[in-house]
Each structure stands twice: as C-alpha cells, then as structure tokens.
Design a protein around this ligand. Structure first.
Ligand code: XMP
Length: 510
C-alpha cells in the first residue's frame, strides 16, 4: 500500500483517487500518525500532501525526520515538498513571486517521475506562496518553472522527491502519469488492485469473519451504499444474510417496490419489509424544527430496526455500507457540514445492539462502490442513483410532515426525476429534487383564483457533497418541470428555482 500523510490540503482525497486509478491501494492518515503505526502499515511508498500552513508559522505541522528514513520512497507535494527540503537543510522562503494557477514545468534532468510525459514543456497547476530557495548537497533539482527554480527535486540516493505543483488536479494534464510513475516505477507497486480481486479478497474476509456460520442482519435504505454492501455480503455468505427495509413513509415514489423487485426478486436476497409508516407519521406530528425532525426519525428508525432484528433472531453481525470518506481520519476531510446537521444514516445503528460490524466498503470511494455494484450485477436503477438523505423526504418538507404533504412532494419529486432523466442530466448533477414550502401563493387557473402551495426545485453540481454549485439548467428543462408540476398536481400553483450554492446554503433545506 501507499501511505498518504495529510497536511490539510483540499486536494488530499484527489491524490488517493489518482493512486487508486493506477490500481494501487492507498490510505490517507493525518501527518502526525505515530511512527509505530506507520511501520505497522508497511507502506511501499509515502506521499506527503500539500497543506494551507506555512513552514514559518509557529507550530507548523511537521513529520518526524525518521519518517524520511524508513527506507521506502517519499514524494512531497507542495507543502510536503518544503517539509522534506527543510529536514534536509534547504532554505525555503515566502516569495514575492506567488504562483497560483497554470505554470510551465521544464524538466532539466531525466527522472523516473517524469518518464513517458509527452512534449518538453509541461502544463502544471501551482498554488503556493513559499518556495525552496537553495538546495543542500543531498538534493538535486530536476525541474524548474518561471517562478520556481526548484519546482522538483530528488535526493542523491533517489529515495526522496519533492514537487512544487499539484499532479493530482485535472489542471495538471499529465499529473496522473506522474503519480503513476511514482507508485509503479519508483515504489515498485505492481498495480494489481482491481475490483475483481477486491471482491475476491472481501468475500474471503467476510467468510472468515463470520466463521462460516454466523448470521448477518442488515438495514437497506434504498441507496447505493447499503445495496452494494448487501450484494457483496450475500455473495460471501448467501442466505445467512437477512436484509430489512423499513418503509418510513418518507421514501421516494416506488422505492419500496423497487427494493422488493431487485433484492427479493432479481438477487434472491432474503428481505423483510417493515411498514412503519404510521409510527413515523405519528411521531412526526407537530414537529417543525429541522434538528428535532432528524432526531425523531433517527430514534424511530433504530427502534423499528432493533425490534425487527430481534424478531429474526440469532444474528451475530450487523452489515453496514460505511464508505471510506466516513472513516478517513484526515486533517482536511471533515468539512463543516458534520456539525451543521446531525446526519442520520441507516449505518448509524447503536452499539447497544451488541452486534459485531461487517463493513465491507470501508476502503472505497463512492464511484468505486458504483463500479463494484455493477460488477456484482446490481441494475443501473440502484447503482446510478443520486445520494438520498437518511431522513428522506421529511427534510424536504419545510414545516410539519403529514401524509398529504408527503404525497404532494412525492409526486412533484417524481416529475423532477423524470425530467432530469429525460434531459440526460444525471451524470452532470450531484442531486436534483423538489422541496415543499410552508407558504401559499395566489394564482389563476382557467378563470378561477387559486391559493396553493409553493414548491422549490433544487439541482446542484458537486464532486463530494461538501461544496456545491446550483446547476445552470437549460430554461427549457425548468419550464417543462414547472408546467408539469402545476398542471398535474393539484395543490401546487407556483414553482421556484433555488439559485444558492453551498456554502452559504446547504444542499438539503433542513
Ligand atoms: P447538506 O444538506 O449537508 O448535504 O449540504 C450534503 C449531502 O448529504 C446528504 N445528507 C444526508 N445523507 N443522512 C445521509 O445519509 C443524512 O441525514 C443527510 N443529510 C443530508 C445530502 O443529500 C447531500 O448529498
């Protein structure tokens, strides 16, 4: 594996993505991971990420010198480069020549890192204020840019390298080749980490963990993660897996039927559907505060699931679709959203259940999970779905959640889904959905006055949900949504489009 030590760059996850695209397994850990844990991971190479700090600040984040002396190759990117340079006695300085944006890299000395690049001058992406000013005799320059005389260096023994630019971003067109060179040529990783052998390894692991006999119970949400995790566990242990799907009344149109068709039908996975819609609606009656709603839904879900798991009897394990972004203990990953809303996931079941966890997707990113799902034979209607929040439509109904308002929203939401699909927008959009507002407006239909609800449409583009921009949808698509919603749904007479990015807004309204 390749170890990525994170100094807090917004791009750290992208480094991991690029390394995995080169079919090499890697993990992100904070820069101050203790030395004995680093040794235990036995990395074939280490990448030091960039970061927002300057080495001249007090308490600037740093690694122990011993990390550079483990024997494996180390690549420092931007801030990571200064860290290496400083440990070897180079001088860096804040510079008047800040570089932000595109730059031309000229390779001055052949190096394995730059093998196979096309052309002689290479477009790279810079984002730095400091730069390395002089090199000690242990380091030699291998490339420069207009503003950085030492835009890349390596140590004389060939183990340490530093680069000033960011190879992980798309604005460095040959960056993937550079990172590929580091992991394949320099660290000698064979690049044999594929989905097929991931499945094989996991199946064996789940088998071992359940000792060939323990039973696994698992909650399905209808989302991609729990579905793929269930399919994988089922491949490993067959009918010793039992899935539970709770109808919370807060689901999208046709969700329950879809899950029954795919899981019980096509995949033949034992599935119990619990209709808890009445209970959820009772508990939500009169609740309007967003956090209160989330808590009520979370607690009710746990209660229903626990009761059902007990009724099934004898399960020793709980399957969950936890993904890598949920477990990375990096400096940079946890964005502010974690504290802004209390997330409720099917995954977040309580420890009191005393079940051992099986989380086969813990090492994967979202799109790797989709790829895995495809390889396991899950249909596109499950694998290509957009993210849907655990609390469901309840957090898209501003004000009180009632059966009538849920019906209104569900029908409008279905129209938004149909029209984004018809316009071929699914690949471009992170999410698109409807939000029912607690206000009425006056309208005219035929010759009569109407006084009905207002509905908002939200469509956003995002790469990870942490930040997002509102989608500049074709007005013709918006027009079709608006006219279908106001014509087909009695109870809604006005449609507005949400033009707020995140930040300052969040994706969901509550
Ligand atoms: P926000 O609204 O915080 O949402 O910008 C970011 C992403 O998270 C989804 N979301 C949730 N997902 N449980 C989930 O599993 C939740 O409680 C929850 N709340 C928001 C949201 O749909 C978006 O993709």
């Amino acid at each position: 594996m390749i170890l990525i030590l994170d100094f807090g760059s917004q791009y750290t996850q992208l480094i991991a993505r690029r390394v995995r695209e080169a079919h090499v397994y890697c993990e992100i850990h904070p820069y101050n991971l203790p030395l004995d844990r680093i040794r235990a991971l036995a990395p074939k190479g280490i990448i030091l990420s960039g970061g927002p700090a300057s080495l001249y600040e007090r308490d600037a984040p740093n690694i122990e010198r011993a990390v550079l002396e483990l024997g494996c190759p180390v690549l420092g990117i931007c801030y990571g480069m200064y860290v290496i340079a400083q440990h070897l006695g180079a001088r860096s300085a804040g510079t008047a020549h800040r570089e932000y944006g595109p730059a031309i890299l000229t390779v001055d000395r052949p190096d394995e890192l730059f093998e196979g690049l096309t052309g002689s001058d290479h477009l790279v992406w810079m984002s730095h204020g400091d730069r390395v000013e002089n090199l000690p005799s242990d380091l030699c320059a291998i490339a420069h840019s207009a503003n950085s005389p030492y835009a890349a260096f390596r140590s004389v023994d060939g183990r340490l390298r530093g680069i000033q630019f960011h190879p992980e971003v798309v604005h460095t067109p040959q960056g993937a080749t550079i990172l590929g060179n580091f992991v394949h040529r320099i660290c000698k990783e064979p690049g044999d980490w594929t989905m097929a052998n991931f499945i094989e390894t996991k199946v064996a692991e789940i088998h071992r963990a359940t000792a060939g006999e323990g039973r696994v119970v698992m909650g399905l949400s209808g989302g991609v993660d729990s579905s793929v995790a269930a399919a994988l566990i089922h491949k490993a242990i067959g009918d010793r897996l039992h899935c539970v799907f709770v109808d919370t009344a807060l689901l999208r149109a046709g969700e329950r039927q879809r899950m029954e068709k795919v899981f019980a039908g096509q995949l033949g996975i034992p599935l119990t559907v619990v209709d808890a819609s009445e209970l959820f609606l009772q508990r939500l009656a009169g609740v309007t505060d967003p956090e209160h709603k989330r808590r009520v839904i979370g607690h009710t879900f746990v209660e229903v699931f626990e009761r059902q798991a007990a009724a099934l009897g004898g399960a020793r394990f709980l399957g969950q679709g936890t993904l890598y972004p949920d477990v990375i203990e990096s400096v940079s990953f946890k964005g502010p959203s974690a504290t802004i809303k209390s997330h409720h996931n099917v995954g977040g079941l309580p420890e009191t259940m005393r079940l051992e966890l099986i989380e086969p997707l813990r090492e994967l990113f979202k799109d790797e999970v989709r790829e895995l799902g495809r390889q396991l034979g899950l249909p596109p209607e499950i694998v290509d779905r957009e993210p849907f929040p655990g609390p469901g439509l309840a957090i898209r109904i501003i004000g009180e959640v009632t059966r009538e308002r849920l019906d209104l929203l569900r029908r409008a939401d279905q129209i938004v889904i149909e029209e984004t699909q018809a316009a071929g927008l699914n690949n471009r959009l992170w999410q698109s959905f409807a939000v029912l507002l607690p206000i009425k407006s006056v309208g005219v239909m035929g010759d009569g006055r109407t006084y009905e609800s207002v509905l908002a449409i939200r469509a956003v583009e995002s790469s990870d949900g942490m930040t997002a921009d509102w989608a500049r949808l074709d007005p013709a698509v918006l027009a079709r949504m608006s006219s279908r919603i106001t014509n087909e749904i009695k109870g809604i007479n006005r449609v507005v489009y949400d033009i707020t990015s995140k930040p300052p807004g969040t994706i969901e309204w509550e």
